[in-house]
Design a protein around this ligand. Structure first.
Ligand SMILES: [Zn+2]
Ligand SMILES: [Zn+2]
Length: 261
């Protein structure tokens, strides 16, 4: 039981170790009632390729970051509140084995574990935490979720017009609503998706039309014509300079529930 870990010195110690390893690049993580449920390396599918990322599952948040030195230093910390997270298992016939989607309001992506057993362990633990949180708060599971971006490599041509081939000049863009890879002529509009960004962001024309059709009265002011066609909005922060190390050893997850003391 996670609840038995809340006041345990071991839990407090583990959380402070995580804080130390993120150092000043991370947020304070020790809050009353928080338990570190498990941790481990998962492979995350980023825009261009897969990369190892360190994941920490707490009873209320999922934290992950780049691995600078495994077991010593992590950076680029991301925090997803679990109340807004949904998981979706992915079949093994795609690009990754033992994979599932982590879907949230602000950010969604695909990860994979080393083995099928580890995948089911991770999914079960995360789902249990989400379930416990929703039971406690009485809230409904999240519905307004951001899409998982289709990786660049899976789209040689625009997924909307199926004509425009991508090149160094004809760049790929991602629709922030459906996650498809689209060309600039199929994504000339911007739309405000408040759960993802505070300013209007790129959506494909199909999503733009659907979103605009669904808006009424005061919401109508939320759509914008293309104001910035530079295309520089497509950076996925995970694809910035990558300082992650290859982690050959100790990639297997540790879950603390069963060995609390
Ligand atoms: Zn197109
Ligand atoms: Zn779209």
């Amino acid at each position: 039981m996670v609840d038995r870990l809340v006041h345990s010195p071991a839990n407090r110690k583990r959380i402070s170790v995580v804080e130390d390893r993120f150092g000043s690049s991370g947020q304070p993580l020790a809050v009353p009632g928080r338990v570190l449920v498990g941790e481990g390396v998962l492979t995350k599918l980023c825009r261009k390729k897969t990369k190892p990322r360190m994941f920490f599952l707490f009873n209320d948040i999922l934290v992950y970051g780049n691995i600078v030195i495994h077991k010593k230093k992590y950076n680029k910390q991301h925090i997803l509140p679990l109340e807004d997270v949904k998981l979706k298992s992915v079949d093994d016939d795609g690009v990754m084995k033992n994979a599932w989607k982590i879907i949230s309001a602000t950010k969604s992506f695909m990860v994979s574990a080393a083995t099928a057993t580890e995948k089911s362990e991770w999914m079960a633990h995360i789902n249990k935490c989400i379930q416990d949180l929703l039971t406690k708060s009485g809230k409904k599971p999240a519905t307004d979720l951001s899409p998982v971006w289709v990786p660049d490599s899976e789209a040689p041509v625009c997924m909307s017009c199926h004509k425009n081939k991508f090149t160094a000049i004809n760049r790929r863009h991602h629709c922030r609503k459906c996650g498809y890879v689209i060309c600039s002529s199929c994504s000339t509009k911007r739309y405000l998706l408040p759960q993802i960004a505070s300013r209007p962001i790129r959506v494909c024309d199909t999503c733009y039309n659907t979103l605009s059709a669904g808006q009424t009265g005061e919401d109508a002011g939320r759509s914008y014509q293309d104001r910035d066609s530079s295309g520089e909005d497509d950076d996925d922060d995970d694809d910035e300079e990558d300082d992650s190390q290859k982690t050959e050893e100790e990639v297997h997850p540790t879950f603390y529930e069963d060995n609390y003391r």
